[in-house]
Design a protein around this ligand. Structure first.
Ligand SMILES: N[C@@H](CCC(=O)N[C@@H](CS)C(=O)NCC(=O)O)C(=O)O
Length: 250
């Protein structure tokens, strides 16, 4: 079966496969499932608009058919028996994609200490004259969205206080290294979604936020073990439904 992950630039030189937490989530899910796939890199998220009208990454091409949105990709993996998706695991997946992701975006785009690093990492090849104003314009839009999402609205202090409290709660809740976050027998949608966002908070772009995470020993140990987790030996318990209606009307 041909699988192609349409994503952003390869960030491997920076020690992480992708700067996109949602792409990272899918990379890890595919890796844990033991599925081989190819990578296709775009310069901007909307490079794959032909496959995804929202203009976002990731998109997974399955035999050329697009599965858009990381959550839909996980759903597809669950349907194929490659990943476990209990109701509780889906709740954690939602928390990772919404609450935790807000802090990833705030750490990179809003925190003035990190913005310069983010700009250099996100717009490496941009000609200098454009680099003077395009990233700042985009940043303004991202700040507006963080305000609307109620992440940055009460100011940086309140934002980072919430972040620390959330990390404390996750640290207290963490399961032993090498085990699923929801106590399942197999890796779940919760594990890979938490991995994508938490790992993204622990890159060179956001040293302070990464250090906060590293200060939580149980959570750090869980994350490290998941990063190094062995690839699934049973690659496919059930054949993957190639012709499933991937975007049914609700
Ligand atoms: N719900 C989407 C969110 C994906 C997402 O936000 N991707 C970011 C890159 S990490 C993106 O494409 N941003 C550009 C945009 O939102 O316009 C998913 O789970 O795939």
């Amino acid at each position: 079966m041909s699988l192609v992950l349409c994503e952003l630039a390869d960030a491997s030189p920076a020690g992480v496969l992708s700067y996109s937490p949602f792409c990272l989530k899918v990379h890890h899910a595919l890796r844990l499932a033991g599925l081989k796939y190819q990578r296709q890199h775009g310069g901007r998220p909307d490079a794959w608009r032909a496959y995804n009208p929202t203009g976002q990454v990731p998109v997974l091409l399955v035999e050329g058919r697009p599965v858009r949105d990381s959550t839909e990709i996980l759903r597809w993996l669950v349907d194929g028996g490659h990943l476990c998706g209990t109701p509780e695991a889906w709740l954690w997946e939602e928390l990772a994609d919404s609450a935790l992701n807000g802090f990833v975006v705030a750490a990179r785009w809003a925190d003035p200490q990190n913005w310069k690093r983010t700009r250099e990492a996100y717009f490496p090849g941009m000609p200098a004259p454009l680099k003077l104003f395009v990233p700042s314009l985009l940043r303004r839009g991202v700040l507006r969205s963080l305000h609307a999402r109620d992440i940055w609205r009460a100011g940086p202090e309140r934002c980072w206080d919430r972040y620390k409290r959330l990390l404390d709660a996750l640290d207290a809740r963490a399961t032993p290294p090498g085990t699923s976050w929801v106590g399942a027998e197999r890796w779940t949608v919760a594990d890979v979604a938490l991995y994508g966002q938490l790992r993204s908070l622990d890159t060179a772009l956001t040293p302070v936020q990464g250090a906060e995470l590293r200060d939580r020993p149980r959570l750090s140990a869980w994350l490290d073990a998941l990063q190094d987790a062995p690839v699934a030996s049973a690659v496919s318990l059930h054949p993957i439904p190639a012709q499933r209606d991937l975007h049914p009307k609700r």
